[in-house]
Design a protein around this ligand. Sequence first.
Ligand code: COA
Length: 259
Amino acid sequence: MELVLFEKKAGVAQITINRPDKMNALNRAVLAELDRCFQQALSDPKLFGVVITGAGDRAFVAGADISEFAHYSAEEARELSTFGQGLFRRIEESPKPVVAAVHGFALGGGCELAMACHLRIATRAARFGQPEVSLGVVPGYGGTQRLVQLVGKAKALEMLCTGDPIDAGEAHRLGLANHVVEEQSELLPHAHAVLQRMFLRGGQAVAGCIELVNDFFHADRDGYAQESACFGRLFESDEFREGVGAFMEKRKPNFRQKP
Ligand code: COA
């Protein structure tokens, strides 16, 4: 069975973690395959966005594979964390928008993967959490950093230090989940619909927004200076000419060909 499924749907790469019998837990083989699929999505000019989801009806991803790392040395664990962080950073810094479609458990590395995506759409039955303290360890794929960014220090410390998961309603209230849908059947259509709205906008501008929002979270980057530079650069783009031209002519802009 393929560990990660890759499908193309109307210009979007749909990537599915496919270990439903193990709650889609991320072992090394899954991480490597996810990395490969993600690079494929980035390098295909016909794909403008990515949806990441989990197979089955029980979990998005229930974390890193505990049975695989149970006997790791400190050095092996550090190396695993560095690899996972690198992959999740590449997702976060993707110029193409990435949406996590979350049903069931998004725990540990699953919550971290969802947080590395630009938006999270959840079903009512979704559960988000960082239960690593129950295993006597801390999150290793950026969870301590991104959870603070998304929900604030107080709630992040509560979730991290108790290990208790939160339900979809609370995730939505906290801003961790962008939207909540009631049924799993609505999840992927909704995730794709959000991306299709982005498709109608200028692709370089969308990529610029992702990059600039990420800049905010890097102390060594001057987000305001980067914003001015990007703003100026886009004035010379065909997309800007099309967007402004369409406004003047009172028509809808047509930034790119429908795939
Ligand atoms: N790593 C490896 N295997 C995992 C896993 C993980 N993170 N999460 C679930 N699985 C496996 C279980 O071992 C089980 O395998 P088995 O049938 O071969 O025994 C299978 O997935 C089903 O899980 P199970 O625990 O039987 O289901 P449940 O409904 O009783 O509980 C969870 C679901 C998600 C609450 C529970 O599996 C769990 O707590 N998982 C670990 C979550 C975690 O700590 N993640 C952070 C890891 S750093």
